[in-house]
Design a protein around this ligand. Structure first.
Ligand code: PHE
Length: 340
């Protein structure tokens, strides 16, 4: 019996030494130490031994069990260790590989310009509002006092969706929408996209952006308009610029004006930016026509107001000396990245 125990021990140890995987070790453990294992079955046979032999054999059997358990554990630990090293090796980080570059985005120059314009007016107490890009003929023309034969109504100038619906050609319809939806005092700007049937060239785009301004209150006069736009121009182009109001015509303002600023590049002496004149036109403006106020439900005996509208692309082109409007829409990174 003792011999049998020693033989079990040696066989098991040899097998353990050869085992290369945890599964193989587990099989060995079950085969020798399991409930139906070889060592266990030997121990079961101990009942046949004499009372003198039993303790000695029992002792050896226990020793064999202990040795095998220890050997199994050692082998297990060895394999674990080996696997860990292999895994570590596989997952080694090469710290010399160049990292992935995260490129930081930048605001589009038109967004930069619009943000700047908006900020200046917000600092003067204007609130920002918006209107739809798909507009009705009523809001885009009729309510704005545009005569039925006004050239801008022509299908060659305006994108019509149906007889009564169009893509707005200006942000001025927001004036009437605002007048109808809130009571004076009103002090808003309305930025947004506008559309005109223009063939794209260096200064024209069928889609562009405007910022509309509208102020209606008691006792508003042309001097309020002049003061407001003068402050705006000085903030946008620099404190040295002067403004000039040139008489003009818009159906929805009376009197109407186009507003020029002294050339911020040459200071007024004449250069490429101002095409030699010393002045640059930046926007259209005027006192809101009584017909428009009435259409918006405002009592013209009590209230008066002014309005203005400017092209965001035009301002951006002037400010950043961009000579082709199409550059804004081409999304060429070499262009856009210059406005960080
Ligand atoms: N809507 C005019 C345009 O597109 C600009 C403007 C707005 C003029 C408000 C006067 C008052 O040219």
């Amino acid at each position: 019996m003792k011999n049998k125990l020693f033989e079990i021990k040696n066989t098991a140890i040899n097998l353990i030494e050869e085992a290369a995987t945890k599964d193989a070790l587990e099989k060995i453990r079950v085969e020798f130490l399991g409930k139906k294992g070889r060592l266990t079955s030997v121990l079961r046979g101990m009942g046949n031994l004499s009372a003198e032999e039993r303790p000695a054999v029992g002792k050896i059997a226990n020793e064999v069990r202990q040795v095998l358990e220890e050997e199994l554990k050692k082998a297990f630990d060895n394999i674990n260790e080996k696997e860990k090293l292999e895994k570590l090796h596989k997952e080694t980080l090469d710290v010399t590989i160049p990292g992935k570059k995260i490129t930081l985005g930048s605001k589009h120059p038109l967004t930069v310009t619009l943000d700047e314009i908006t900020k200046i007016f917000m600092n003067m107490g204007f609130k920002v509002t918006e209107g739809p890009e798909v507009e009705t003929v009523y809001y885009n023309f009729d309510a704005l006092n545009a005569p039925k034969n006004h050239p801008s109504r022509d299908i060659t100038d305006t994108f019509y969706i149906s007889d009564n619906v169009l893509l707005r050609t200006q942000t001025s319809p927001v004036q009437v929408r605002t007048l109808k939806s809130q009571a004076p005092p009103i002090k808003v700007i309305a930025p947004g996209r506008c559309f005109r049937c223009d063939t794209p060239d260096a200064t024209h785009s069928p889609m562009f952006q405007q910022v509309e301004g509208l102020l209606v209150d008691k006792g508003i006069t042309m001097s309020d308009l002049k003061g407001t736009l003068d402050v705006f121009a000085k903030h946008l182009f620099g404190p040295q610029v002067k403004t000039k109001f040139r008489p003009h015509y818009f159906p929805f303002t009376e009197p109407s004006a186009e507003v020029d600023v002294t050339c911020f590049k040459c200071g007024g002496s004449g250069c490429r930016v101002c095409k030699g004149s010393g002045w640059i036109e930046i926007l259209g403006a005027g006192m809101v026509h009584p017909n428009v106020l009435k259409e918006g439900g405002v009592d013209t005996e009590v209230y008066s107001g002014f309005a203005f509208g400017m092209g965001v692309e035009r301002i951006a082109m002037l400010k950043y000396e961009v000579d082709d409007i199409r550059l804004f829409y081409e999304n060429d990174m070499r262009f856009i990245e210059q406005f960080r």
